[in-house]
Design a protein around this ligand. Structure first.
Ligand SMILES: [Zn+2]
Ligand SMILES: [Zn+2]
Length: 370
């Protein structure tokens, strides 16, 4: 697997828009963080850096980044962020005053917060992923909690991504499984975008859709063990391809369809929501079956059918089910009935063909993911 986009890049696309991929460096190699200063030197970002991290990612990678930059004469401070909410974004913005750029070291939370805070402060940020649990590593979309619900806000993509596969494979299995869940969700999100194009005349970019689709297909067809360094690199590259598709679309549209609405509903209503990618993975199994039953333009290839998506996810997390991730079956049934209301503007298979209560329960039974 490879990055299926050029960077930096700017061109007029046949979709009618002018696209710009501002990403300037992607460095994925062992001990890459030790080379952070040399990479930042090349980008001419300035000398003052604010590292945004949480307590765990500070130890996993943040201290390494700090060491590499201070050794090279950079002035470095840290912001510890534990929640991806507006208060954290505001706090990070205050701390960013006087800094030239930020390094976002994390899983989802520090990257989401740094993405929005730096965007609003007009300074660039570098993404340093420590886990592969979601596709936001290089996307311009920040997922921020507002009044219990997570909202996707358009921010800006990173100027560079620096990752060490040795760190990524050490992340808990659950996180890697979540990354696969977020990735297979492109099987349904891309089809939902096509529905929006065909039935609502919505803007659509073939390049962006193909990038997201290929990222999913690469992983579905991959043969490498997900726990190997090579497997981690493949998953990372697929997630970066998804990020690029969202850069082109300037929204989460290519990568977020009905399966994401299902997950957003659980975030707002489950007693204890599970990881984004786990919820999206289960949502994809459900929505793939729903597409299969009601969308004549659903994929014909056997590898993208719901049984195979389920097989792939269970291959990584054998017990994957609603119960296993702590989601009540009744809340999941409600999500199938009500999730479409979360975003009436984002047309999906759940808008095209809403489920009845009996159908929602039957869908959960048929896919046996409860
Ligand atoms: Zn996602
Ligand atoms: Zn385009």
């Amino acid at each position: 697997m490879v990055l299926r986009f050029k960077y930096p890049d700017e061109w007029s696309c046949e979709c009618g828009r002018r696209h710009r991929v501002p990403l300037r460096e992607v460095v994925v190699e062992e001990n890459a963080l030790l080379r952070a200063a040399e990479i930042i030197d090349r980008l001419h970002l300035g000398r003052n850096c604010l590292i945004v991290e949480d307590h765990a990612t500070k130890i996993i990678a943040g201290d390494q980044v700090r060491g590499a930059l201070t050794d090279a004469g950079y002035s470095v401070s840290e912001a510890i962020i534990e929640r991806a909410d507006m208060a954290s974004v505001e706090r990070a913005r205050q701390q960013l005053r006087g800094y030239d750029f930020s390094m976002a070291v994390g899983g989802g939370t520090p990257i989401d917060v740094a993405k929005l805070a730096t965007h609003r402060s007009h300074v660039p940020f570098v993404s340093v992923p420590t886990a592969l649990s979601h596709d936001g590593i290089a996307s311009p979309i920040a997922s921020i909690a507002q009044n219990r619900a997570k909202t996707s806000l358009l921010a800006h993509p990173p100027i560079a991504v620096i990752a060490d596969p040795q760190i990524l494979v050490k992340a808990p299995n659950r996180m890697i499984a979540a990354g696969y869940g977020d990735l297979v969700s492109k099987a349904t999100s891309v089809k939902d975008w096509e529905l929006g194009r065909d039935e609502k005349g919505e803007y659509y970019c073939k390049r962006a859709a193909t990038l997201a689709f290929q990222a999913m297909a690469d992983v579905v067809r991959a043969t490498k063990a997900p726990w190997s360094k090579e497997g981690a690199r493949e998953l990372l590259e697929a997630l970066l391809n998804c990020g690029a598709s969202m850069i082109l679309a300037a929204s989460s549209r290519p990568c977020s369809g009905a399966e994401h609405l299902f997950s957003h509903f659980l975030d707002a209503h489950a007693e204890r929501p599970a990881m984004h990618g786990e919820q999206c993975g289960l949502g994809t199994i459900l929505m793939a079956k729903h597409h299969e039953d009601h969308n004549p333009n659903w994929w014909k290839e056997p590898e993208f059918q719901w049984q195979n998506i389920k097989r792939i996810l269970r291959n990584i997390e054998p017990e994957l089910s609603l119960r296993e991730i702590g989601i009540d079956e009744n809340v999941a049934a409600r999500a199938l009935l009500e999730a479409a209301n979360l975003r009436p503007d984002r047309y999906t298979i759940l808008h095209k063909r809403p489920l009845t209560k009996a159908e929602a329960i039957f869908l959960l039974e048929q896919t046996s993911i409860a």
